[in-house]
Design a protein around this ligand. Structure first.
Ligand SMILES: [Zn+2]
Length: 471
């Protein structure tokens, strides 16, 4: 909160003392273009169809059906502008990577609006012809899964072209021969900026087109453009931008589209603290698109030194966990040991893949000093016990009371859910269906409830990877 307030203050001070950059002005006005019907990552093809359809009332827009997915959903190709520089953006090739699609809907609202930004729009329409394929994998989006309805990864189908989705992308690329391509994805939220302990909220790649990672004029333009995009992002996400591994993947689209002559930029949306539905990152995508349009229109990035890509943008790494509990004395199945415990989260979707619950698991144990957590707890001097199920005795049942601190010190964390109404005063222990209860150990892959004890007092718990202090 403090950081947010401070950030807001700095921006407003900057506004008094100096003129805002155009991306700061766009950032300030972003809420006006935010597509309000899309509020989380699990929207469907049917949710964006009307948003795509309504762009056609604007004279600079044209929409056509580029083809159909395996399950018969139309895949749209949207054109905006009439300028000499051509670019193609495609999003959600992986069905569960929807951040850029959200931003494209906001972009449509921006481009079709009529307000103080008209001169920016005119510039865009006069300098660029922008082609967009929002949601290349609508069948995957329906289930919120990476792969298409054949269960194949479209991004490993650029050569064989087994899937209709891959054939559409290839055919559109080949027929338009765009100067620039934007390959829009999401990456794991535990991707970090090297060893910095910061999340890689956005990662870039100008994909290699051969095993030697050569730089030809096509790839060079993409590298130069990324230098400009990174420069803009640093004012919003300082230190939270990385670059994706550039090992050549002969079956992937980005690598091949670079090879086929379109300067290609991969954008990967990672995690951001306090942004589970990626709405901050959505806004960053919106700003990235407009920065790219501005740069391609003016050619400003063509003066950039590609060393600023190779030397100044740190490498993607995987040094993050959701929660790290450090230096606790942990009760393992083989006795006590001083361990750091790292938890990560999986998302479990409901049947319609419209909602999800998070399920934690121990993702690492031992010396995690090179890792950072979205949340961290220093448990030096604490004893950490995996929680067991306690069945209340007759006396407790009659008095409707249990001694929570005493039980928790003994390692009991759970009580039978069926007795919940019998014990109205329970504050810290947790309720669970007793017949399906499994005791879980402090071991990799397990999701134990943990009890943290300091000086003979239970000071808090970790339930499903979430630290909770006992008040
Ligand atoms: Zn992806």
């Amino acid at each position: 909160m403090m950081r947010t307030l401070l950030f807001g203050l700095l921006i407003s001070l900057a506004g008094i003392t100096q003129a805002q950059t155009w991306h700061q002005m766009l950032s300030g006005a972003y809420e006006d273009y935010l597509e309000a019907t899309i509020t989380n990552r699990r929207f469907k093809h049917r949710d964006i169809e009307p948003l795509i359809a309504k762009t056609v009332t604007h004279p600079e827009f044209l929409v056509k059906t580029a083809g159909y997915s395996v399950q018969g959903r139309p895949i749209y190709l949207v054109r905006a502008g009439h300028g000499p520089h051509t670019m193609l953006l495609w999003s959600q090739m992986h069905g569960d990577e929807s951040t850029a699609t959200m931003a494209i809907m906001d972009l449509f609202n921006f481009l079709t609006a009529d307000d103080d930004f008209n001169s920016i729009r005119e510039n865009i329409f006069n300098n660029l012809t922008i082609y967009l394929i929002p949601m290349l994998n609508p069948d995957g989006a329906e289930q919120f899964t990476r792969r298409n309805a054949y269960d194949i990864d479209i991004n490993r189908d650029a050569l064989r072209l087994t899937s209709p989705e891959a054939r559409i992308l290839k055919q559109v690329r080949d027929s338009l021969q765009p100067e620039y391509g934007f390959n829009l994805h999401d990456q794991n939220r535990y991707t970090s900026v090297g060893l910095s302990g910061k999340t890689a909220t956005i990662s870039f790649l100008a994909p290699a087109f051969d095993w030697d990672k050569s730089v030809n004029p096509v790839r060079k333009r993409a590298l130069q453009l990324i230098v400009s995009l990174n420069g803009m992002l640093q004012s919003y996400l300082p230190g939270q931008v990385a670059k994706y591994d550039d090992t050549f993947e002969p079956r992937a689209f980005g690598d091949n589209i670079q090879k086929w002559g379109t300067s290609t930029v991969l954008i990967e949306c990672g995690g951001q603290p306090g942004d589970p539905e990626k709405q901050i990152i959505r806004k960053m995508n919106f700003l990235l698109f407009l920065t790219a349009f501005e740069s391609i229109g003016s050619g400003a990035h063509l003066n950039n030194d590609i060393k600023d890509y190779f030397d100044k943008i740190p490498q993607n790494a995987r040094y993050l966990h959701e929660l790290i509990i450090r230096n606790g004395r942990c009760q393992t199945p083989y006795g006590p040991a001083i361990l750091d415990i790292g938890f990560a989260m999986n998302e479990r979707d409901n049947a319609e893949a419209t909602q999800f619950s998070r399920s934690a698991y121990i993702s690492d144990l031992g010396d995690l000093s090179t890792y950072a957590g979205y949340e961290e707890l220093n448990a030096e001097g604490y004893s950490i016990l995996p929680g067991q199920l306690y069945i209340p005795n007759d006396l407790e049942l009659r008095s409707h009371q249990v001694n929570e601190n005493q039980l928790m010190e003994q390692g009991y964390l759970w009580l039978p859910l069926s007795l919940k109404s019998e014990f109205p005063e329970v504050k810290f222990m947790q309720w669970t269906p007793a017949d399906s209860f499994q005791s879980r150990a402090i071991q990799l892959g397990q999701n134990p409830g943990l009890i943290l004890i300091l000086n003979g007092r239970c000071v808090g718990t970790v339930i499903n990877g979430t630290w909770k202090k006992n008040e």
